[in-house]
Write a protein that binds this ligand. Structure first.
Ligand SMILES: [Zn+2]
Ligand SMILES: [Zn+2]
Length: 151
């Protein structure tokens, strides 16, 4: 985690426009906001992601069962990954899965350290944009928010 940008509060999540190398879709990379009360884990084979609420009962049970250690985040991610139901494409949801273009599924090599980085549609920062409706449509299509866990 970089400390260098900490005081740059105009862009404290390192938001940056990127372009898909394959289909040239405009995308936006953003560090996962600590203000969001959820984890996103990404499929390792397609652009789908899961949205795990901090308050999800399975999530809290998994977290409570972990020993507290310095590498708690990585340990928690591994424990969550092991319990998640596979993606419909057959892939597995992982914190460190390569991020992909949501349009063509190409791996975004510009994001070399994907853990903790989210990818959103481009133009996200445009003031003219209907932010809520874009987020809603994108979330409905690319996020799994229910039936997350293996039984
Ligand atoms: Zn693409
Ligand atoms: Zn998938």
């Amino acid at each position: 985690m970089s400390q260098t940008d900490e005081l740059d509060d105009d862009n404290w999540l390192n938001g940056e426009e990127i372009t898909c190398p394959e289909c040239h879709e405009r995308l936006y990379r953003l560090d996962h906001s600590p203000l969001l009360d959820c984890y996103f884990l990404y499929c390792d084979s397609c652009p789908m992601r899961v949205d795990i609420s901090y308050y999800d009962s399975t999530c809290t049970a998994i977290a409570d069962a972990l020993p507290s250690r310095d590498d708690a985040y990585a340990t928690l991610m591994a424990a969550l990954e092991a319990r998640l139901r596979p993606c419909d494409c057959g892939g597995r949801f992982r914190d460190s899965a390569p991020r992909r273009c949501h349009r063509c599924s190409t791996v975004l090599t510009a994001i070399s350290a994907p853990s903790g980085v989210d990818v959103w549609p481009g133009g996200w920062t445009g003031e003219e944009m209907d932010f809520d409706s874009v987020e809603e449509q994108f979330t409905a299509r690319y996020f799994r928010t229910e039936n997350l866990w293996k039984h």
